[in-house]
Design a protein around this ligand. Structure first.
Ligand code: SF4
Length: 105
C-alpha cells in the first residue's frame, strides 16, 4: 500500500495533501507517460464541504491502477513505496495524473 501524496487540492477527498479514501483507482490503461494517467477517484470539491468531516486522511491508501505499463504495476495494483498525484487546479478527472508513473514494461 503506497504512501499517497496528493496535490489535487480541488478534490473533496484531499486533506492537507493526503487522501481520505482507503482506496483509489488510477485510470489510463494505455498510458505511456504520466500525463496519460488520471486519478479516477477525483471528485470536485463544492464549497468547503468534505464527504465526511469526521474521517481524517491517512498517509497510505490502496491503489488500484489500470496503467499496466507502469513499472510499479502488478496485476492492476500499485506497489510503489510512495506516489504523487498531481493537478492542483483540476476540476475534472482528466486534469489529474499519477506523476510517479514510470514506463517499465
Ligand atoms: S506509480 Fe504506476 S502503478 Fe502506481 S499508481 Fe502510479 S501509474 Fe499506477
Amino acid at each position: 500500500m503506497p504512501e499517497l501524496r496528493c496535490g489535487v487540492v480541488t478534490c473533496k477527498h484531499n486533506k492537507q495533501n493526503y487522501c481520505n479514501l482507503d482506496e483509489i483507482e488510477v485510470v489510463g490503461s494505455s498510458a505511456q507517460i504520466s500525463e496519460q494517467t488520471s486519478c479516477g477517484s477525483f471528485e470536485e470539491r463544492k464549497g468547503e464541504q468534505y464527504t465526511n468531516s469526521v474521517k481524517e486522511a491517512s498517509e497510505r491508501s490502496d491503489v488500484r491502477c489500470q496503467a499496466v505499463e507502469c513499472e510499479y504495476n502488478e496485476s492492476r495494483k500499485c506497489y510503489a513505496g510512495r506516489i504523487n498525484v498531481m493537478g492542483s487546479d483540476a476540476n475534472r478527472v482528466e486534469e489529474t495524473e499519477c506523476a510517479t508513473f514510470k514506463k517499465g514494461k
